[in-house]
Design a protein around this ligand. Sequence first.
Ligand code: M6R
Length: 609
Amino acid sequence: MCGIIGYIGKKNVVSVLMEGLKKLEYRGYDSAGIAVVNRNRVKIRRVKGKISLLEKSLEEKPIEGSYGVAHTRWATHGRPCEENAHPHRDCTGTLVVVHNGIIENYLPLKEKLKAEGHKFRTETDTEVIAHLVEKYFNSSLEKAVQKAIRKLEGAYAIAVLSTKDSGKIVAAKVGPPAAIGLGEKEFFISSDINPLLSHTQKIVFLEDEEMAVFNENEVKFIDYKGNSLEKRVDHISWSPLMIEKGGFKHFMLKEIFEQPQVVRDTLNGRMSLDSGKVCMDEIGLSPQVLRKIKRVVIIACGTSYHAGLVGKYFIETLAQIPVDIEFASEYRYRDFILDKETLAVVISQSGETADSLAALRSVKEKKALSLAVCNVVNSSIARETEGVLYTHAGPEIGVAATKTFSAQMAALALLALYLAQIKGKINKKESLSYIQALQRIPHKMEKILNQAESIEKLALDFVSFSHFLYLGRWVNFPIALEGALKLKEISYIHAEGYPGGEMKHGPIALIDEKMPTMVIVPKDRVYEKMLSNISEIKTRVGYILAVAFENDKEIHGRVDKVIPIPSANPLFTPFLTALPLQLFAYYIASIRGADVDQPRNLAKSVTVE
Ligand code: M6R
């Protein structure tokens, strides 16, 4: 939800900011803008639309400066248009602000500021920040920002500059992330680390109610009262190459193909074929504490929720602990019941999703034990939980989550096995056989990826359909949901995921020749039941595609098209069934000419409620 970046240093400021913006574009892309300071005057350029349009505008009419800030927007308050694009100015135009988040009390603040004579130019919530800082400005920008932010309610990560206190950028945050990059005589503020990696790997993450004030020579960290803070410097090992497309047409396709490696990386070093043990020393929760757990609640949004749903089957089957799975956005408003014997597992790729973070905070108020499953190291959710189990997926740039989904499932399989072991629910032989089954998964995933071309050909026949149904049962019911989500979010085709057994309770009414169904039907405990569901659809002249084991001869006579996958331990088939559905959605969207990596109306990291 919006990306902000700021830079002071010797490099070409416009280039650094524009390159940075491109790496933040996944966060929002309905308008973009940049402000730089040149001979103590602020130069601003903003456009409606993507960053490429801003780039074009800057090529046609360049601006230069010695430091500056920039923004890519996902509109919340005020429609996407040039005037509402950031950076926003005060009345004098000497002070600008870029903002990620929502100021909830902006209307009363705006009314008050207007009554005091401030002139507003936009429909945004952000503009009040510029006018508030203007109101409180005396001689020090950071002091004015401190006073202004005390008046704000809501969530924000901001970067502010003013020519009246020149050569300085002030950043502050409550809610959305703000990473400060520390270079050699150069400093950055950014919504995430991706734009920073090609300049520095030394990063400081601001906590809520902390500020960074930097000029070309130094950075200081202070709290909202102005007290100095000692901040830990993190050395981030992700390489800049990880955020390049590497010859693929889209990031999404590259990330789909990275999945075997990502699953290996997430499993590696955490399980042993010698001892049959899963090792979770790193997560920060001891076996003694986890052994007492009687219930697990998994909380997440979107694709992470679907991974959590797979995790529920893993944990219930292996560790025999009851698991509830909850949408973070719903859970936080419920009168939910938790106790000290419940482990709350918050799953979030970004670790910044506002709903998941808020749900985590409510869970902590009820004193439940919390564990994050996160991909971004040191993200807000990872920092606020008692334990963290990191997925090793590397940066995911495509807005549609793919490789992080597989990595989350791998982490959850490990967690399930670990809980099963420490609670004595499986013996060494069983444990070894599950570990072996997991170890074989990446190679099987590679075999599926080798069929990408035939899935592309198959997709050609379905590009003009308007509706799709996805059916799965048991551990592949979540994959039906995820397959449908992938199709709708990137191709804009309406798709619904359903548990096969629920068909007859309603959705079967939709079946006709215009509504193809994708069935996920590996040979598992619900195979026969799925065959019955398939017959029910066929009787009603529905077209059926099936994801099935390659050695399943029976399925061919029953459906119209089969996407074969290698056979595997039934419990772990979601690792395999998800891949063809991701590829199918990708190729349909790509053939339709959709903007696969940046689908309309979406943003990668949803840092507003
Ligand atoms: O960063 P998170 O995992 O918390 O994000 C949650 C959802 O916004 C996310 O999974 C979203 O549904 C996917 N990008 C969709 O592909």
